[in-house]
Ligand binder design. Structure first.
Ligand code: URA
Length: 210
């Protein structure tokens, strides 16, 4: 597998083929022995492999592990609704997670697991080439911002960052599961979502020289 930062392939079909190779590596990954032995499926991500807009959540839960798809439980239904409110559907975006395997009992991802899985996420970003990445919740936000500042302080504030070889507009959002627990968080998430179309319509950030 290519390492993050290696020169990306060019055409959309080449990128899609390379993404399939990353998927093939991820589906047999045993870097986290506890997660590998407990999982039913590696949840690689789903959607449009050439999307301008990508979402990165935390980790698969029980439903996602059972189906092999991201965000198919209650939080996923809310994500679908919020996408619909801004005129988008799952097929317009790519949805991935910080971890590709379910932490047993839905415990928090451990730092070593996040580190083990980071390469897959960065390769997805390099090969999908989104111009906007919405992080959902603390784990994805802290990982991709490389900063421990919590989501309540940074949600709704877009910033340009370089992830591997790609410059992207990162847009931190509350996690939909948190919005299901608190009405004020749902209001904030909905208000932040409303700005997504404008962010996607902006010119893509200039890419670093290869
Ligand atoms: N929560 C997440 O962060 N990701 C999923 O795929 C499902 C729930």
């Amino acid at each position: 597998m290519l390492q993050p930062g290696q020169a990306p392939v060019q055409s959309a079909s080449e990128r899609r083929e390379a993404l399939k190779s990353v998927w093939a590596a991820a589906r047999v990954c045993v870097r986290c022995p506890e997660l590998a032995s407990a999982r039913a499926h590696v949840v690689f991500g789903a959607g449009n492999a050439d999307a301008d807009l990508m979402f990165v959540g935390e980790a698969p839960g029980a439903n996602e592990d059972a189906q092999g798809l991201p965000f198919v439980g209650h939080a996923g239904k809310l994500l679908d609704r919020l996408l619909d409110e801004i005129g988008l559907a799952r097929g317009d975006v790519f949805i991935a997670n910080t971890l590709k395997c379910r932490p047993p009992g839905n415990r928090d991802p451990q730092p070593i697991e996040i580190e083990n899985c980071r390469e897959y996420l960065y390769r997805q970003v390099e090969l999908i080439e989104p111009s906007v990445i919405c992080t959902l919740g603390n784990f994805a936000t802290k990982l991709l911002r490389d900063d421990p500042t919590g989501i309540s302080r940074v949600h709704g504030r877009p910033e340009v960052l370089t992830l591997g070889s790609r410059a992207v507009r990162l847009y931190p959002l509350y996690h939909p599961a948190a919005a299901l627990r608190a009405g004020a968080v749902l209001e904030a998430l909905r208000a932040d979502f409303a700005r997504i179309p404008d962010l996607v319509a902006m010119p893509a950030p200039p890419q670093p020289p290869r």
